[in-house]
Design a protein around this ligand. Structure first.
Ligand code: NAP
Length: 351
């Protein structure tokens, strides 16, 4: 018997799709992935610390709730709980892994089945099939592709060492954390994202100088965004420079070693954080071009306000089809939409 709904991916889009599909008695099967970074179990939030902007999760003793809700056999996956206190109470935002384990638990509670496997291909000519790395192809009436995207990094060992200790690829997610408060910060890149991230950081309360470091002497960002950066009193452009090394004391970033792209020189720039904004790569390689994608490899939604792809019965949700909003909440929203689209498709086809 074909599956009614097979969901590929286990970030907010995948779990939201599973929750809705399970509650609609569609008995979804989720492939949660095993390989980092292409198919990241629990999605990009698995790499994030505190998530302060996911609605419904104000500060508090989040861990107590997480431990009460998530099955004990997965508590090993939870990172250490933060220890910030206010008025004698634990006072911190939900962490990325906690949020994803809660979403997974909610999907499991309604009967979602989960397979820890990577999908390496799909078949769309004839009956739909998801093809796992190990084992037989899984036939399905509908497939939701929710494999997300991954942030591009510079590829330095020192950058890897300081991830979550001052290196981030998302200012909107991490910039307002106490860790960065009152520190000089750097944003790397010259596109709209880099300018947007720099502006976001520069507009935070208690913001210090934000250096926008670009490898050329001209931004790629749109003119209006460029002007925003040039006009902002707290943004300082650093032209013709790349980051050669992230320097820190083991616990936090303290400076960047910059290399000039136009002359043979290096210099150190004191900063307490580095935000990399040099683009994202959607996790679509496994589709082998079988769905229509845009020039950057993101799946194309083919109907306004719907999650349809160009293949009947295949829907896309989350960052794998969205290079614009890229937020956990928008991913979860489109995951919900994809499940509803599956439900309607199945009903229309009489499957
Ligand atoms: P992008 O436009 O591709 O820009 C990436 C930037 O990173 C470029 O300036 C590039 O430099 C630089 N870069 C790439 N690899 C690098 C490396 N290894 N080392 C140093 N620098 C590197 O990506 P994006 O800014 O994420 O934007 C993606 C899309 O979303 C764009 O279409 C953008 O317009 C859109 N977007 C729009 C908004 C908005 O309208 N508010 C906001 C965000 C994004 P070079 O310039 O030298 O190639």
């Amino acid at each position: 018997m074909p599956e009614k709904v097979a969901i590929i991916g286990s970030g907010p889009a995948g779990w939201a799709a599973a929750i809705y599909a399970a509650r609609a008695s569609l008995d979804p099967l989720v492939f949660e992935g095993t390989v980092k970074p292409e198919m990241i179990p629990l999605g990009q939030l698995a790499f994030t610390t505190e998530v302060e902007n996911y609605p419904g999760f104000p500060f508090g003793n989040v861990r107590a709730f997480v431990e009460s809700a998530v099955d004990k056999d997965r508590h090993w996956n939870l990172p250490p709980a933060p220890t910030h206190m206010r008025d004698g109470q634990l006072h911190y935002a939900v962490q990325g892994v906690e949020l994803m384990e809660l979403m997974k638990q909610q999907a499991l509670n309604f009967g979602t089945r989960v397979v820890s496997d990577d999908i390496i291909d799909i078949e769309v000519s004839g009956p739909l099939k998801a093809i796992p790395a190990s084992g037989e192809p899984v036939e399905a009436h509908t497939i939701v592709v929710a494999t997300g995207a991954r942030a591009n990094y510079l590829g330095l060992d020192s950058e890897e060492q300081y991830k979550n200790k001052g290196v981030s690829a998302c200012a909107v997610c991490d910039g307002a954390l106490p860790f960065f408060k009152g520190k000089k910060l750097a944003v790397i890149g010259g596109g709209d994202s880099a300018v947007e991230e720099a502006t976001y950081l520069a507009n935070l309360k208690n913001a210090e100088t934000v250096y926008l470091i670009h490898r050329r002497d001209q931004l790629r960002a749109s003119k209006i965004m460029q002007q925003r950066a040039f006009d902002h009193p707290k943004i300082e452009l650093v032209w013709n420079s790349t980051v050669q090394e992230v320097i820190g004391d083991g616990e936090k970033v303290t400076s960047l070693q910059l290399k000039s792209t136009v002359e043979d020189s290096t210099r150190d720039l004191e900063v307490g954080g580095m935000f990399v904004a040099i683009g994202h790569t959607p996790n679509t390689a496994f589709l082998n071009g079988k769905l229509d994608m845009n020039e950057k490899g993101y799946i194309q939604w083919t109907k306004p306000f719907r999650t349809n792809t160009n293949v009947e019965g295949v829907f896309a949700a989350g960052d794998v089809a969205d290079d614009y909003y890229r937020q956990a909440i928008t991913s979860a929203g489109t995951g919900c939409m994809a499940a509803l689209d599956c439900e309607r498709y199945i009903a229309e086809q009489g499957l």
